[in-house]
Design a binder for this molecule. Structure first.
Ligand SMILES: Nc1ncnc2c1ncn2[C@@H]1O[C@H](COP(=O)(O)OP(=O)(O)OP(=O)(O)O)[C@@H](O)[C@H]1O
Length: 866
């Protein structure tokens, strides 16, 4: 056995090997130690290997899913080795092969279970996608192939090498595969042979999977896309041991089609995950009103990749606006959606060969519900364009629905092996077999009464179990009479308190029941296969229906949320405006409402002429909240939803950047300040005039002078060079002097008042610079000890006196030339120097002239004595 185990373990590689032994999956050696620790189950031992006991642990097969879920969550991958023949087959084989009594049942790895390749309902989160991504570097680009195999949705894209992190933060894969030894691989990637990332193989596989001669109909793919697809499909082949899951035609994700956000922006805006690492507290948690798992997954994708195309955004908004304005239709649609099973995932399991009768039942119910929705929507005139487009894919499954309705019982079981799922009346022969079984059971009951009569034993019972089949049971004290050779009963088993017998009539009846039962099971199994085949033949149409239903759910859910929160339809514009009246932060507002507090709405009005707002005010005054709420309003609008405001006009944003609150990232070896600067650098190099940037206290992670200098230079650069819309929160009063030179910059502050010595934060934004700082008042509010506050006050008074005397931190900044002018002057000076050097004939210089020239160059560079 150990030999077989080692051979399988070799194939399993670094995956834990689940080795099937009867009703258990057993793990040995280090696998056992690791699994026992993760699962908190007993580690025992079995036999010896090289004189040492072999560590072992096991999990029961019937409960394997929950153990698998825990192992996968702990980052493990598992290879499942099943018995692939029965003991009888093994014996026959051993005899054929002449290996005598040694008839070890053959086992093989039937499947690998990995985080990115799950299909089981019990292992998946219904409201989040489960994505596997393959990365294929091709020259200076990287092809990314991503698939959610639970629904078969596949997308291909190609990004620059430095765009991989941002793309992965959008996709959020559960598992990443990369070519072996690739220097750019993200942490935790699974390395696969380089040869599997072949663009030719990828293209050929996709063509044959979808039965097409060219992929042009799906999009214009290049080598990197195909190499990614190749690596992805090869990995799926590997984990499924040759059985591929559902793979729908790939969608091409083009750069520029979406609102770009980097990893840091996504994290700081808490789009799908809060800073606590959970869905709770995130934007999606606050706005998700979808009634189906598929709808929730679609919403997560919408929010992760909002659109950048005005036409597409307006199309979504038009349909949300219709359902927002028509609560009756909204309720009608939502009533239909409420009953909807997850047909996309049911289909995924069916195609992967892991479907159950229940999954077929879900297809039947989901597709017939889709038809109801189709009928409902047909009555709407005029129907918004998005719905008009979805309408045709909601119907067209009539024959399949009709077949499944005839074939299946109302609630089919999740187990296929026990039968009982094919409806009465679907197959006359099956009904006949069932009648035989039923009659047989009745006959058995009649036999029981007869035997009681004949023997006079009132407690005689006919029972059934898996080992003996049907038998007669009497208590030990009644057994003697039945033991007699001419009693008509044959002894089968003696238990502690009971004795079991057989009888000819019972045996005959039992055989009839067993035979009919076996044939009925086989018939049901054959029907199951046929029904699966019919569903698989329509897989693309079913998947399209599932996607349309998800889109309808998202639309109705967005309308519901908007109605609930008093949200507004944003106007999408083509200019660079961002005008929000009475805007709110949806998550903060919800949190405040839970504790009975009111959120103070604020306006934002950025335009070409006034595109950079510098926002001051006390700590806790609401600056960060204001910054984020405007970023979220842009995101929500471009995802195609209403926004938490009274009115909003939004000029399409191409990239959204957020630098909010420095958080340490020591795990990646970067200090708070370093992270802050790296992210700020990314903004300055990637933002365009169409971007929207929120910067919160840039520079606060270093010393006051350095911080102010950096904040000043960054604000100037955003104003002069990037020229994008920007909200910039800062505690540096000195920055307000930028308003003197930057004409598209204006000053704002979060209002606060001191009342009877207490600080009152109004959370209201007003024009003009902050009048003063309230740091000590906030510290008092936070409960800092009185003596510390008093001491701080003394120090502050001294510092302020010093500031008055010296002109303060910003002294000397008055005559600073503007960023662009200063940068130009530097470039100009640099060019003069370059010109002087270029024209210099070094060989013609005497040593004395060379020295003079060096002095002159130094002087021109402004670095030496004049
Ligand atoms: N518009 C608002 N209406 C009501 N409460 C608000 C509003 N804005 C912020 N708050 C409350 O004030 C708290 C602090 O807000 P926020 O973090 O935005 O302040 P801040 O000015 O950025 O502070 P700091 O300068 O310390 O970072 C929030 O957690 C929220 O509870």
């Amino acid at each position: 056995m150990m030999q077989q185990y080692f051979a399988l373990k070799e194939q399993a590689g670094d995956c834990l090997l689940f080795y099937r032994m009867g009703d258990f999956f057993e793990l040995f050696f280090d696998d056992a130690k690791k699994a026992a620790a993760v699962l908190d189950i007993a580690l025992t031992s079995r036999g010896e290997n090289n004189g040492e006991p072999v560590p072992m642990c096991g999990v029961p097969v019937h409960a394997a899913d929950s153990y698998l879920a825990r192992l996968i969550r702990a980052g493990c991958r598992v290879a499942i080795a099943e018995q692939v023949e029965t003991p009888a087959e093994a014996k026959a084989r051993a005899k054929r092969e002449g290996s005598g009594s040694k008839s070890l049942v053959a086992r093989d790895i039937v499947r690998f279970v990995t985080a990115g390749t799950l299909t089981e309902d019990t292992l998946l989160e219904s409201r989040s996608a489960n994505v596997l991504a393959a990365l294929a570097p091709v020259r200076d680009t990287v092809g990314i192939a991503a698939i959610d195999i639970s629904t078969g949705e596949m997308a291909l894209e190609c990004v620059a090498a430095d765009g991989v992190a941002a793309a992965l933060s959008r996709i959020g894969p559960a598992e990443i595969v990369v070519p072996e030894g690739w220097a750019g691989m993200p942490d935790g990637s699974i390395e696969r042979p380089r040869a599997t990332f072949s663009s030719e193989a990828g293209e050929a596989r996709l063509k044959s999977l979808h039965g097409v001669a060219t992929l042009d109909a799906f999009g214009a793919f290049d080598r990197a896309h195909m190499a990614g697809a190749g690596g992805l499909i090869a990995y799926l082949d590997h984990v499924g041991r040759g059985t591929l899951p559902l793979i729908l035609p790939p969608r091409l994700r083009e750069a520029g089609g979406h609102l770009a956000m980097d990893e840091a922006t996504r994290a700081s805006l808490e789009v799908t995950i809060s800073t606590g690492g959970t869905r709770k507290g995130s934007l999606i948690d606050c706005i998700d009103r979808c009634l189906t798992g598929a709808g929730a997954r679609q919403l997560a994708e919408d929010l992760s990749a909002p659109l950048a195309d005005a036409g597409a955004i307006r199309e979504r908004l038009e349909s949300v606006a219709w359902l927002h304005g028509d609560p009756l239709w909204r309720e009608d649609l939502r009533r239909a959606l409420r009953a909807l099973p997850d047909i996309g995932r049911a289909l995924g399991r069916i195609v992967a060969g892991r479907g159950s009768p229940r999954d077929l039942g879900q297809l039947r119910d989901g597709l017939s519900e889709a038809r109801t929705l189709h009928e409902l929507l047909q009555q709407v005139d005029p129907l918004p364009a998005l719905f008009r487009r979805l309408l045709p894919v909601l119907s067209g499954h009539g024959a399949l629905v009709e077949l499944l309705t005839r074939a299946l019982v109302p609630s089919p079981p999740t187990e296929r092996g026990n039968g009982g799922f094919v409806a009465e009346g679907y197959d006359a022969a099956l009904d006949e077999l069932r009648t035989i079984s039923r009659n047989g059971r009745r006959a058995v009951a009649a036999l029981e009464a007869k035997y009681r009569d004949e023997t006079g034993i009132a407690t005689l019972k006919i029972k059934h179990n898996g080992v003996l089949g049907y038998f007669i049971e009497v208590s030990a004290r009644h057994a003697d009479g039945l033991m007699a050779p001419d009693s008509g009963f044959t002894h089968r088993q003696t238990m502690k308190d009971a004795v079991r017998f057989n009888a000819l009539a019972l045996h005959e009846e039992a055989s009839r029941i067993a035979e009919a039962g076996g044939r009925a099971l086989a018939a049901e199994d054959a029907h199951f296969e046929e029904l699966v085949e019919r569903a698989v033949a329509a897989k693309e149409a079913i998947a399209a229906t599932a996607q349309a239903l998800a889109r309808i759910d998202v639309t109705a859910g967005q309308a519901e949320r908007a109605a609930e929160g008093g949200w507004t339809l944003p106007e999408i514009r083509d200019d660079n405006a961002l005008i929000v009246t009475g805007g709110r932060h949806p998550v903060v507002e919800t949190a405040l409402a839970a504790s009975g507090d009111r959120f103070v709405a604020n306006d934002c009005s950025l335009s070409e002429r006034d595109r950079l707002w510098l926002i001051g005010g006390p700590n806790m005054g609401g600056k960060s909240t204001f910054l984020r709420q405007n970023a979220l309003i842009v995101l929500l609008a471009q995802a195609g939803g209403f926004v938490p405001a009274q009115a909003a006009q939004i000029g399409i944003v191409d990239r959204l950047f957020s630098r909010v609150g420095a958080s340490d990232n020591l795990a990646r070896g970067r200090s708070t300040f370093m992270v802050e600067m790296v992210e700020t650098a990314a903004i300055l190099s990637q933002a365009t005039a169409r971007s929207f940037v929120i910067l919160d206290e840039v520079g606060r992670g270093t010393s006051t002078y350095d911080g102010l200098a950096l904040a000043w230079a960054v604000a100037e650069s955003v104003h002069e060079t990037v020229r994008c819309r920007c909200l910039f929160a800062t505690h540096y009063h000195e920055l307000s002097r930028l308003a003197e030179t930057c004409d598209a910059l204006s000053l704002h502050h979060a209002r606060a008042r001191e009342w009877k010595g207490d600080l009152v934060l109004l959370h209201e934004l007003a024009e003009g610079p902050a009048d003063r700082s309230y740091g000590l008042a906030v510290a008092r509010l936070a409960g800092l000890p009185k003596p510390v506050i008093a001491r701080a006050k003394t120090i502050l008074d001294k510092l302020e006196k010093g500031r008055v005397a010296t002109g303060g931190l910003g002294a000397g900044l008055g005559d600073l030339p503007l960023f662009a002018a200063a940068a130009e002057a530097e470039v100009e000076q640099c060019d003069t120097l370059r010109e002087a050097l270029r024209t210099l004939d070094v060989d013609a210089l005497s040593p004395r002239e060379a020295l003079d020239m060096l002095y002159a160059l130094k002087r021109d560079a402004g670095d030496g004595p004049a």
